[in-house]
Design a protein around this ligand. Structure first.
Ligand code: GDP
Length: 443
């Protein structure tokens, strides 16, 4: 998860508030101090922290909660709102209006630029766009092959020439090449040979002039913390069509500093990098980001992930709702488990559910691929009626199913146990937190 340590510290501060028997001025000040400390630990600029926490404290002490809302809930909402504002409030997506839309990617050495080009190309491809990638990195040997290795398994073509020395010429040729091919999006990976802003911006100017991109995207390494301010500011001043992707926010202790510093320059952050794999890229949406950071979960993110998946396989939103209400049968469970196993660690997905925060029972989520396979074999030996109404499966049916599937009675029981456990878990989770949290945060 992005900014895990900051999230934990903020979550603890809110827990202190939630656990207190009554809310007085001393408690508000203590919670505000905890938030201050958490942000400063994450390398957020001290002056920005003081401005922000002053606002939170003033509102928490002066504003009256609306009818039906407790003081605690109201303060949590204030913290959520102010942090969301602090990170730019609204999501700003990359717009794909023209065909082809040309995106120039720049970034200093080691920022994660090439990886991010691949991630973004894959992101758009998943959404139905035809993408072409141009490698105009004439500086680093192997850059072209690195890019090819990253995207070609997905059928995304890379244009480049490891022997060409003129980056601007390559970029121009690449754009022409993909224009003829009729792609929707052309992404140019620039050289990124520079160690500081000045050279970087000069390179961006040269290539921009030659290919006239619709948007220039600066990739910034999130581990540099508030130092990101200078890079983002120089970039913003150099191009009116610039946006930013902050990488390596997984595990970075300084990620909060990097994000807030970029926001402070007024340059829009469009995506964040949260890992080394090709799918570890998320659109940056301050509301979702903060709710997840605070441990309030992210129901929207969850639905989107499912939506993404449903494009690849017949998977409907109603199914998800049925699942979350604890109303599903074995057939549904199989489809969901299979879907989830394709989406990555179940734990990561469940973490996005409001209220679950960090306290996830491991036994509920530990469904290995092997077990899934076994479950499928067992279910293949069940009748339609049994799949749809698992409650009718008695001992003699269990024995028959085990025999038919070449498994044991224990295996079949295990499947039924898993089913009941999930059903119970989702049902209780729903009651316990889903409605309450959704209402509370207007999600
Ligand atoms: P470039 O020199 O800017 O093109 O950087 P690369 O794309 O080659 O990336 C440098 C290193 O950062 C590689 O080891 C990447 O795997 C790693 N990296 C890039 N983005 C992320 C991210 O979001 N999280 C993590 N943990 N590593 C990343």
């Amino acid at each position: 998860m992005a900014l895990e340590s900051l999230g934990k510290a903020l979550n603890n501060a809110l827990k202190k508030l939630a656990r207190a028997s009554s809310v007085d001025e001393a408690l508000v000040k203590e919670v505000v101090r905890d938030i201050q400390r958490a942000l400063i630990m994450s390398d957020v600029n001290v002056r920005l922290v003081l401005d922000l926490t002053k606002k939170i404290q003033k509102r928490a002490l002066e504003e009256k909660p609306p009818a039906g809302v407790s003081k605690k809930e109201h303060i949590i909402k204030i913290v959520y709102e102010e942090l969301t504002n602090f990170l730019g409030r609204e999501a700003k997506p990359i717009e794909i209006k023209e065909k082809p839309t040309v995106l120039l990617m720049v970034g200093i050495q080691g920022s994660g630029k090439t990886t991010t080009v691949a991630k973004l190309a894959r992101y758009f491809q998943k959404r139905g766009y035809k993408v072409g990638v141009v490698c105009s990195d004439t500086w680093r040997p192997g850059a072209y092959h690195q890019l090819k290795q990253l995207v070609e398994p997905y059928g995304i073509e890379v244009f480049g020439d490891p022997n060409e020395k003129d980056a601007v010429k390559l970029a121009k040729e690449g754009v022409e090449y993909f224009k003829h091919k009729g792609v929707d999006i052309i992404m140019i990976d620039s050289a990124g040979r520079h160690k500081e802003e000045k050279g970087l911006i000069e390179e961006m100017r040269q290539i921009s002039e030659a290919i006239k991109p619709h948007e220039v995207i600066l990739v910034i390494d999130g581990t540099i913390g508030q130092q990101a301010y200078n890079q983002a500011l120089a970039f913003k001043e150099a191009t009116p069509i610039g946006s930013i992707i902050v990488t390596k926010l997984d595990g970075s202790a300084k990620g909060g500093g990097a994000l807030s510093a970029v926001v402070a320059t007024g340059a829009p952050i469009k995506f964040i990098g949260v890992g080394e794999r090709i799918d570890d890229l998320e659109p940056f949406d301050p509301k979702r980001f903060v709710s997840r950071l605070l441990g309030l979960g992210d129901i929207q993110g969850l639905l989107e992930k499912f939506e993404e998946l449903s494009k690849a396989q017949e998977f409907k939103e109603e199914d998800l709702e049925k699942f979350m209400r604890g109303k599903f049968n074995l057939k549904d469970m199989y489809a969901q488990l299979e879907a989830m196993s394709k989406m990555g660690p179940l734990k990561q997905i469940l973490q996005m559910i409001p209220g679950l925060g960090y306290s996830l029972p491991d036994d509920v989520v530990r469904v290995s691929e092997q077990r899934l396979k076994k479950f499928k074999v067992i279910m293949d030996s069940m009748t339609e009626e049994e799949l749809e109404h698992p409650e009718i499966i008695n001992y003699s049916r269990i024995k028959r199913i085990a025999r038919g599937s070449g498994t044991t009675v224990k295996d079949v029981k295990e499947l039924l146990e898993q089913y009941n456990q999930m059903k119970k878990f989702f049902k209780s989770m729903n009651k316990r937190s889903l409605n309450r949290m959704m209402k509370r945060f207007g999600m």
